[in-house]
Design a protein around this ligand. Sequence first.
Ligand code: SF4
Ligand code: SF4
Length: 286
Amino acid sequence: MKQLVVISGKGGTGKTSITAALAALAQNAVLADCDVDAADLHLLLHPTILEKEDFYSGETPTMDPVECISCGVCAEHCRFDAIDDNFQPIKENCEGCGVCEYVCPTDAVTMHPRKCGVKMVSKTRYGTMVHAELGIGEENSGKLVTDVRRTSAEIAEREGAEYVIVDGSPGVGCPVIASLTGADACLLVAEPTVSALHDLGRVVELLTHFKLPSYCVINKRGVNPELEERIATFCRERNVQIAGSLDYDKAFNEAQAAGQTIVEYDPDGLGRQVTEIWNATREFLL
Ligand code: SF4
Ligand code: SF4
């Protein structure tokens, strides 16, 4: 079983549309949506949820109003300004350090696991999908992404799937590192803009650190040929092979609006171009 992660330095490059199209082409794959801050693979794959599990990370306090004598010691010692005037925790500010529990003179404070989100295992027309939703205001530390990755790999082993195809987290922080850990290869989606070229540089630096084989897809071909050439040159210099490129075409947006993958919506146009990219990627993964 091979794990392919699709990432881009920034949002809006077509990463999720390409991931969904690869899922359609792979046939024997488990899918993982690691973009837990703004998961949208489900909009194209319409999953039916089979299992839902709360995800806990870190701790959060509860103040017992019966035991609390409103002395204010907890608020005085909280370095994160996370206790309100009624001596109740402010969840968004709380770092779960446990100082309030330690200093409370009446043992009114109890620390307990903090619910940060929900992980789901679903059925789609292209195979099992593992996805998640981060709770409102919860920070994405990468732990939920790691859980999605681990679960998808376990399911792929169990089902005898050939691939795990991962819609990676954007950026270069902890979530994207969690998306990449344990992967066999990475497909980078870049569009020909100055900011995308800059972001590509940051992502490639990260991938070099991971020593992960990486391949690049240039999306929105035709928008700026000079920048396309600069991306191609940059990739050559950094040993990132070009897996292919995709025309700038409104069919991607139309497919999205229709809730379809591009291989379903436009099989003879962009769908054919994505198929060529998938064929090249499969060769890389052998
Ligand atoms: S756990 Fe730490 S951050 Fe949270 S309320 Fe208590 S003292 Fe403040
Ligand atoms: S330290 Fe304990 S008793 Fe004092 S205000 Fe905080 S919760 Fe209440």
